[in-house]
Design a protein around this ligand. Sequence first.
Ligand SMILES: Cc1cc2nc3c(=O)[nH]c(=O)nc-3n(C[C@H](O)[C@H](O)[C@H](O)COP(=O)(O)OP(=O)(O)OC[C@H]3O[C@@H](n4cnc5c(N)ncnc54)[C@H](O)[C@@H]3O)c2cc1C
Length: 484
Amino acid sequence: MKKITIIGSGFSSLSAACYMAKAGYDVTIYEKNETVGGRARQLKTDGFTFDMGPTFYWMPDVFDDFFADFGKKTSDYYELIRLNPGYEIYFGKEDSIPVSANLEEIYQTFEKHEKGSSIYLKKFLKSAEYNYRVAMDKVVYKPGKSPLELIMPATALRVMQFFTSISSTIRKNIKNEKLRQILEFPVIFLGAKPSQTPQFYCFMNYADMVLGTWHIRGGMFELVKGMQTLAESLGVKVQTNSPIDSIVVENNLATGIVVNGKTISTDLVISGADYHHTELLLEEKFRNYSEKYWQKKVFAPSALLFYVGFNRKIDKVSHHTLFFDTDFTLHAEKIYDTPEWPDKPLFYASFPSKTDDQLSPEGTEAGIFLIPIAPGLNDTEEIREHYFEQIMQRMELITNQPIKDAVIFKRSYSVTDFVKDYHAYKGNAYGLSNIITQTAFLKPKMMNKRVKNMFYTGQLTVPGPGVPPTIISGKIVSELAINS
Ligand SMILES: Cc1cc2nc3c(=O)[nH]c(=O)nc-3n(C[C@H](O)[C@H](O)[C@H](O)COP(=O)(O)OP(=O)(O)OC[C@H]3O[C@@H](n4cnc5c(N)ncnc54)[C@H](O)[C@@H]3O)c2cc1C
């Protein structure tokens, strides 16, 4: 039986491993860290449980489709809860808009803030639904080999949407600044400014307002565990604490990997580790891209995160709460144009224990805070502390209540941790920005041009960053590998 090496155990690797094992190969995952899940690892301490990476479970159909490919259902592995509100956005002191799980209520909220805006929203979501179907049925499962993959009647009808930004479309039709920000929020997940994200990506608004925001009981790590259980039931072997130091190439074929100083033979390699790092495991002459190539790429943000335990429940916040009380244009400039620490960044806060009592001891709250920042910044303890103080102060002011005195536990995580833990280029959190010049066939290729049995998957390849896209990426790469 052919021996397949999978590098890393993020969602793309777990997904690829399942498909390769189902196709009858002898699959082993090698993960450098002591636990699986990659950026979706879990931190458990002092009775609190934190998802260290993803917290938004969007596009439930992608997860359903993945498990269905193996004759399974998501409910075989975890329980889903639809959040209501999906999330809440603060714009200033005691001034917030919860985005309901009920579409009629969203229309009413829009009408309340701008007369007639719900009529536009209905039209916008209809177009977003069309794009979602085109994206899911015809685009995102393509391997990004050639521009021809995108040329078809369904996309031809939408061609102009690739050359207009989502921001300009929204701002032309909606005047209320808060409503504009609600509609621009979902594309921030794509790791670029809304003003640089093609309008076609409005399918993210359909994912948000129609398909909804979900929570897995126990946290996102239950998905990791579910995928690992499925993989192992298909025969996949998972080896943690096993960093791959190099890939052995002979006659333009990967024939071995070096793990903890030991050479292990292989017939094919699929890497779900960060693309730039994977290339460093190969001799320079076998790499797809040069250092110059990576330096020119526009990366999605890194992040400054805090995992915080509070000794009481926190009021006036939702499971997912966004603090948009500052100017995102200025913040975005510091992420994308002149990379430096922002003065007053917007930030995201998640309190999963509002929904799920498994995640913190009774009567307490688990909080996760995230500030998007430029990759590559210097992140000293002092800088991290400065932003923690700022977050606490702004939250207290905006929600008009004491909060900081309830902190009993805190851990920060930022650029240097992403580099150390995941070998992330410049400590990026979300891979490459989904701008037009880095979309589909313009993303780093899944196949090595010189080493015939070497493949790349994950958030730096197609279709891009996010949990659903990386699961899809694992499926695409396995099809390429099986047919190679
Ligand atoms: C803070 C944060 C919040 C996020 N929020 C969301 C969200 O709410 N919703 C959403 O959908 N997405 C979210 N994302 C994005 C999503 O989590 C990622 O796109 C996805 O998890 C990436 O998966 P991956 O398989 O590409 O890579 P990774 O998860 O990075 O996995 C790569 C693995 O390779 C391992 N590795 C690296 N080098 C080696 C080596 N030499 N040998 C062996 N192993 C190696 C790493 O340790 C790692 O485990 C978030 C990401 C972050 C960081």
